[in-house]
Design a protein around this ligand. Structure first.
Ligand SMILES: Cc1ncc(COP(=O)(O)O)c(C=O)c1O
Length: 490
């Protein structure tokens, strides 16, 4: 571990991973426990009334926007709600109704939404430079310097437009640097939607299941290992070595796939690092969710593991647009040098609006505030309070649901949808499993709608991001809402 500041972390006690998997196994091995039909119908009827003014807007949007909403996470059941205002822990819908915001824009807003100190800087900046010039702005240096000073695996930083772009850049650099092609990811993990990484999404073992519209050739060199299973990764690496083709990189979400939904043992990342070194593969940490949420030095600071390349997104622009970036050791990052003079072959990346003054400055001031305000620790304490409260409710109601958290990343599994095992080898079992997944997915949507009716916005009815703005009062109010919903489950 090098000497870079590690700072505080959002995680106080690392969770008991085998106990979580034991509970999740129990959950998926029994029939689902949905909200009683009568109660769910009352929620849905109430939803139509409570959000009546959002409905026509969404219906109109269906005419012009595929699916009615632009953002995957805004696709709420039975219809999306139109939001007007975001402030700290709360969102306000079109009618001014207040909601506790555990979506937090999908993760970027560790300080809480629309944080005033950053907003003021942004307003001033817009007055001076406007949102973009295409030329160098000093905030590009400020944010790069801050990141290089705080992330153990980052000597240089290149800002990009999104996490998806940054993942693409990471594997391009890895292939260029190693001269190899194979990329191993963990089954179920998400690394954006580029052709080669739409592979084994959400559920391990599903390979090209979601790769509609993507030629098979694009995923020819993408492989998966089973999450939290070091032996499965070693088997892959060994196979690639024996084939003579080797492995360019192993890319992982360090907290576990789908933002820690499938958690990993504490020592897992260290073991991956050792395997990568043994087999000559680069290690890429996808810290799109974890960087500056788990801690100012990222999950790499927390686990004490130095990756070769680090992918950034979300918090890196503080919730402002164009959030992406790649960091790594100097020798690797030089493959991304702009201009012609590097003497190395260049990994082509770009982006008209990448590193615009707005995203660079928003990211810089957000990261500075996160550090000064100890926002990761505060958001993590809120996540602990929420999770402990949920665990108590689940216990009191004697339900098989599972609540766990990695600091401010909180999971509430009521259906276990992503844990349904799809066995591609026993292909004849797939239709039955898919049917079961569909039922559980719909239950998840209904849970999300019920939480919404209790004034709580979640991510897909199963994940909650907490922020520094979540005081004990906010969390306790949310817990009362969750209790009302869960007490209606049969
Ligand atoms: C771990 C991870 N990697 C990559 C991405 C893609 O980032 P973006 O949505 O900015 O393209 C996401 C987005 O949720 C993510 O969670």
């Amino acid at each position: 571990m090098n000497t870079k500041t590690s700072g505080g972390f959002s995680i106080t006690n690392y969770h008991n991973v085998s106990e979580i998997y034991r509970q999740l196994d129990t959950l998926v091995n029994q029939a689902p426990h949905p909200i009683r039909r009568k109660d769910m119908e009352a929620y849905l009827e109430g939803f139509q009334k409570k959000y009546a003014s959002s409905k026509p807007v969404i219906e109109q949007a269906m005419e012009f926007i595929p699916g009615g909403v632009q953002h995957n996470l805004a696709f709420n059941y039975p219809f999306p709600i139109v939001f007007d205002r975001a402030e700290g822990a709360y969102l306000y819908d079109k009618d001014g109704k207040r909601h506790i915001d555990f979506l937090q824009a999908g993760g970027p807003t560790v300080l809480g939404s629309n944080y005033p100190a950053v907003k003021e800087k942004m307003l001033k900046l817009i007055k001076n430079t406007g949102p973009s010039t295409g030329l160098f702005h000093e905030y590009e240096l400020k944010i790069a310097q801050f990141i290089c000073e705080h992330l153990p695996g980052v000597d240089m930083f290149r800002m990009l437009g999104s996490g998806t772009e940054a993942c693409m850049a990471a594997i391009r650099v890895a292939r260029l640097a190693t001269g190899k092609k194979n990329i191993i990811k963990m089954g179920g993990g998400y690394h954006g939607w580029s052709d080669s990484l739409v592979y084994a999404l959400r559920i391990p073992g599903t390979a090209g299941f979601d790769a509609h519209g993507i030629p098979r050739a694009s995923r020819k060199y993408t492989q998966e290992a089973f999450p939290n299973d070091i032996k499965s990764l070693e088997r892959r690496l060994r196979k690639n070595k024996l084939s003579g083709r080797g492995t360019a990189a192993v890319i992982v979400e360090p907290m576990g796939t789908e933002s820690g939904t499938r958690p990993v043992d504490y020592e897992h990342n260290q073991q991956i690092r050792q395997l990568c070194d043994r087999y000559g593969a680069l290690l890429i940490f996808d810290e799109v969710v974890t960087a500056f949420r788990v801690g100012i030095s990222g999950a790499q600071g927390y686990f004490g593991v130095k990756p070769d390349l680090t992918v950034f997104g979300k918090v890196v622009a503080g919730g402002y647009p164009a959030a992406g970036g790649l960091g790594g050791s100097r020798d690797l990052m030089e493959y991304l040098a702009a201009g012609l003079q590097t003497g190395k072959k260049r990994a082509m990346v770009g982006g008209t609006l990448a590193a615009n003054p707005l995203s660079s400055a928003a990211g810089y001031y957000t990261l500075k505030e996160i550090k000064e305000q100890q926002a990761c620790e505060k958001a993590g304490a809120a996540g602990d309070r929420l999770t402990l409260g949920l665990q108590q409710i689940i216990k009191d109601l004697d339900l098989p649901f599972v609540a766990y958290n990695q600091g401010s990343i909180c999971h509430l599994e009521t259906t276990g949808t992503m844990f349904m095992p799809i066995n591609m080898k026993k292909f004849w079992t797939i239709p039955k499993t898919l049917k079961e997944i569909k039922i559980r997915k719909h239950m998840m949507e209904e849970m999300g709608a019920a939480y919404m009716m209790e004034g709580i916005v979640t991510l897909a009815g199963s994940r909650m991001y907490t922020s520094m703005a979540d005081t004990d009062e906010v969390i306790d109010e949310a817990l009362s809402g969750f209790e009302r919903v869960l007490s209606k489950c049969k």
